[in-house]
Design a protein around this ligand. Sequence first.
Ligand code: SF4
Length: 256
Amino acid sequence: MGTFLFDKIVFGPIKSRRLGNSLGINLLSTDIKVCNFDCVYCECGFSNKSRMAKEKFCDTGELFNQLERVLSSSDNETINAITYAGNGEPTLHPRFLTIAKKVKSLRDNYSPSSDIVLLTNGTTLNKASVQKAFESIDHILVKLDAGSDELIREINKPLSSFGIDKLVFGLMKLKTNIKIQSMFIEGTVNDVDISNTTEENVDLWLKWISLIKPDEVYIYSINRDTPILTLKAVELKKLEDIAKKVRKLGIKTIVS
Ligand code: SF4
């Protein structure tokens, strides 16, 4: 299957299953994925560590110019969300705090009804500058695809040390509202079954969800090309059954 990279800094707006009409901001390179995870289902393909070490991030001046141009254009269609997404982990940008403040100011000026949304894998939450940047973001969607470090290693393939306990306790300390987004998949990678939909794996994941107490949980499955052919999308009924378990915890849950 083919994978793809966003070839612009500001892209869309695109219709998002979760966010409506979403204008994307890609803070990473337009040539290569830049992420400290290497998820087996990543639509951007696999990480290339040697290339990642070189040209990695967008130019902030170019970003601000492009965003201002789009937001101020008179024939602009309704934009429900301005979303940090794109070719990797947005918070890795070394000027993420500066960017977050400026993007908020542009949103306030030109498109005050748009929400600012961050999609993140949560690995940089302990950085003070990233926490400060959260003050300029309306919705923070943190990835949590499994409830054990072993399965996280199989599915998300962190490129440096990662522990769910550190992520969850970091989230619990944040003074900001968090939503969790979880990708459910079935299948094998190198003959290892990495299905996170088994009862045991869902229960492990639920324990962390009950500790985080997020505002909302988004549950979804593959609907684009992935770099691995032995993965398959989870049927809707199974996703709904998982959602029911989360709702029993009193947490709003959306299957998309
Ligand atoms: S965290 Fe997102 S960008 Fe990074 S590898 Fe996973 S799916 Fe791809």
